[in-house]
Design a protein. Sequence first.
Length: 227
Amino acid sequence: MNLRLNTLAKLVDPGSRVADIGTDHAYLPIELVKNGRIDYAIASDVAEGPLENAKTDIAEAGLTGQIETRLGNGLETVTHADEIDTVVIAGMGGKLMTDILNTAWNKDYHFYTLVLEPNIGEAGVRNWLMMHNYEIVAERLIAEAGHTYELIKAKLTPAKHELTEKEIFFGPFVVQEKNPVFYQKWQGQLAYYQKLLLNLNKARKKDEDRINEVEHNIELIEEELKK
């Protein structure tokens, strides 16, 4: 497995019952079961093609009895009878991720542990977690093959765990650690926002709200990169 999937696997608690949503080839559940970290998983995908790939790979690994494949949208493939305590959602946008979690939440599916890797919109995911009484217990910021990835692990608790604006924007653990990938990622994001601001200011009809938002984001990033 690559660095991203290996890092995701390490965030899954031993002995968990896992649902991997958007599983693709089911590489993650296969690795988790094969290494004895867990003994049961659901590999779920909305598309038939990837799920067929997953079935093939699971069968080749000899794990058909421990990893079930499910075809369907988001967490609709999971039932209470499955007794899933850990949900992994990786490699999709933050908005889609929170939509999936919200749909399940409103149907009384409140999973104890979430391991998430949004490829965009990370702040929105952290805000959703905070608003639904999840405490972020671990984060990893890694770089692989020219991309940066933010991995978030959160646990459901009885109370709300307030995050500051800075913690929502950068990640509470990420902003404390500030590894070399942090500077790589946010220098790139700073350049993106600066270019975006130029374009917004060139527009014939200016979107003042968006301009203010982008200017504020630039201030946040510049402040952290100086520290």
